[in-house]
Write a protein that binds this ligand. Structure first.
Ligand code: NAD
Length: 450
């Protein structure tokens, strides 16, 4: 991602804020506060590499808005991390927590690194080094990180341990998405994909879908993409294409999703952090370790990520990175429904084309809110020193996702607006209530129109 496109992501995010503000019941002062982050920390992290040399990595942590509670948001390890992108992600987190009504504000963090190039020990040193640098910025009552792209439960465990050492007290509630034995919550692992799945189940009910007739393409086959694909596959949906950073695979009759997951994760031995296998290796490799063949029910054709987006499917699920559906390709999207599991997969200048084509977009701040919702459950369990069963987590998540999906859907229909704008309106109404509860100029300077 170029510097300017990363800055554009934040400007794009603010454009959507402005559009939603036209329909929201929110004081102008609250909107003003939402135009820029509360605080932003830039750090450099020295890491001793295995060959004895020293490398300095750059990282960011943004606390966007904490009116509704401690700021909450993931930490991304990626070579394209940019401060503009982190600000946009933190803004989206603010809106996301408000959409699902959990008592958090929004934050986000990132380190500029290609983590796949690091050894396990280097990765651990970098993870601990980042926490050492931001330790005064985060905390269970101030800012609570979580996993995001290329960070996972093991990394969260290292980070929690480092923070606990610095504070000289075990502090599991400082970070969520931890391994279960270190205070993680049952049901956190698949929460993002499951939350999106519960949204799709509501659509299924409203649109009277027969799952076996619904063709689905999933871009991005990591944590979020794999789980939503698996849950839909188990319900009889036809997952015709999946992809990862190296490309995708397409099969008109539907892919064998459990096997695609097995293959993708084969490259990840127990304890390994990143997968070295790609979903597109299977149908073409024909090698000794490949369990598919050309007449195998799980095999298919190799396609590019661009082709996947434009496939003739009913449901498109972008679950990788930002800026995938743009003004350039939006008119070629033929799916009638897009469920945004990734953060920011659609640029704001693509919105109108999708609306014009009658494409229903379930926006990221609603569709992928399952992750932060179960992170909230994890934080609450850590604070209370009590662990919930997996069924309890699923039940509570289903209740919140179905309720908020229907709130947003209803708002869109009442105000005759698209679902993205409705989700922002829903969030702004909640943030506005919190800001106004502290008093705005309507309270402090009544009758002053200046
Ligand atoms: P992950 O690291 O587990 O997986 C990312 C996947 O995307 C990998 O399969 C990778 O190969 C693929 N990918 C990377 N670049 C790609 C490209 N250019 N084209 C296609 N695929 C590409 O990450 P994740 O946790 O699954 O996150 C995916 C998206 O979901 C991100 O936008 C993230 O912000 C969002 N999200 C994740 C969570 C969560 O709890 N994990 C919560 C909310 C939102």
């Amino acid at each position: 991602m170029t510097e300017s496109s990363a800055d554009d992501i934040f400007l794009d995010a603010i454009k959507r804020l402005d559009r939603a503000a036209l329909f929201a019941d929110i004081d102008a002062e609250a909107l003003l506060r939402l135009r820029s982050p509360r605080s932003l920390l830039e750090v450099s992290i020295p890491v001793r590499m295995d060959n004895g040399s020293l490398r300095i990595f750059q990282g960011y942590r943004v606390r966007y808005d904490d009116t509704r509670g401690p700021t909450k948001g993931g930490i991304r390890f990626h070579p394209d991390v940019h401060v503009g992108e982190v600000k946009a992600l933190a803004f989206w987190m603010t809106c996301k927590c408000a959409v699902v009504g959990i008592p958090f504000g929004g934050g986000k963090g990132g380190v500029i690194v290609d983590p796949k190039q690091l050894s396990r020990l280097e990765l651990e040193r970098l993870s601990r080094g980042f926490i050492e640098r931001i330790a005064d910025f985060i905390g269970p009552e101030t800012d609570v990180p979580a996993p995001d792209v290329y960070t996972n439960a093991m990394i969260m465990g290292w980070m929690m341990d480092e923070y606990s050492k610095i504070r000289r007290q075990r502090t599991p509630a400082v970070i969520t998405g931890k391994p279960i034995p270190l205070g993680g919550s049952l049901g956190r692992d698949d929460a993002t994909g499951r939350g999106a799945y519960y949204c799709i189940k509501e659509l299924e009910r409203i649109r009277n879908w027969n799952p076996s007739e619904i063709r689905v393409a999933v871009q991005g086959f990591g944590n979020a993409g794999q789980h939503v694909a698996r849950l839909l596959h188990d319900d009889g949906y036809r997952i015709v294409a999946v992809s990862d950073s190296r490309g995708g695979v397409f099969r008109a009759d539907g892919l064998d999703v459990p096997r695609a997951i097995e293959l993708k994760n084969q490259g990840r031995a127990v304890g390994e952090v990143y997968s070295t296998r790609s979903v597109c290796e299977c149908p073409v490799c024909g090698g000794d370790d490949c369990h598919c063949s050309s007449d195998d029910a799980g095999s298919g054709d190799v396609i590019s990520n661009e082709q996947l987006l434009e496939l003739d499917v009913d449901l498109l699920i972008p679950a990788a990175l930002e800026n995938q559906i743009t003004a350039e390709n939006a008119r070629r999207i033929s799916a009638s429904v897009v469920v945004e599991v990734a953060n920011g997969p659609t640029t704001s200048d693509a919105d109108q084309t999708l609306i014009g084509n009658d494409t229903l977009v379930v926006p990221d701040i609603l569709a992928n809110a399952g992750g932060v919702t179960v992170s909230y459950f994890e934080w609450a369990q850590n604070q209370a020193g009590y662990a919930w069963s997996e069924d309890e987590v699923h039940q509570r998540l289903q209740q919140i996702m179905a309720q908020e999906f229907n709130n947003v859907h209803q708002l869109a229909s009442n105000k005759q607006i698209d679902m993205r704008t409705a989700a922002y309106v829903h969030a702004l109404n909640r943030i506005g209530e919190a800001v106004e509860a502290q008093g705005t100029s309507r309270f402090f300077a009544p009758g002053d129109d200046a």
